[in-house]
Design a protein. Structure first.
Length: 142
């Protein structure tokens, strides 16, 4: 059984994610702040952290950077991070902070489950919803 930590200061978002992910194969933990994330990581073996980009005073980027810093000197084991982004420019923040994956809101249950499965397998996941549509100049409809 894998343990997934959901972190957002919005109870409605945590509830939405829980309903998308609940299954007998997953234990789901909730956190509403950055400090609470770190407390739960000390108490539990977490296989994946799903972090909302904007959480009160310590959002996903700060949490992820702190996690990677602690891992770099052996204070913590590696915990993959799936970041929940609010807009396309946030992709830079997710990549820069060392997150293994990201999903852009509004959340699609199938995309979220695909991302979670990928990260639990040790892979990465980049939501392609952030990419602009391709426009071809001179293309005609025949």
């Amino acid at each position: 059984m894998a343990t997934v930590l959901l972190a957002s200061d919005l109870p409605s978002l945590r509830s939405e994610l829980r309903s998308m992910l609940e299954s007998p194969e997953l234990e789901i933990l909730d956190a509403s702040s950055g400090p609470e994330v770190f407390a739960l990581l000390q108490e539990h073996d977490v296989d994946l952290a799903i972090l909302d980009l904007q959480i009160g005073s310590m959002g996903a980027m700060a949490i992820c950077l702190d996690l990677r810093h602690e891992e770099s000197y052996g204070a913590n084991v590696h915990v993959p991070v799936l970041m929940l982004l609010d807009r396309r420019p946030d992709v830079f923040l997710a990549r820069r902070s060392g997150a293994e994956g990201f999903v852009v809101k509004p959340l699609d249950p199938q995309r979220v489950r695909r991302a979670v499965r990928a990260l639990l397998r040790g892979e990465t996941f980049e939501d392609d919803a952030w990419k602009p549509a391709t426009v071809r100049v001179g293309a005609t409809n025949a």
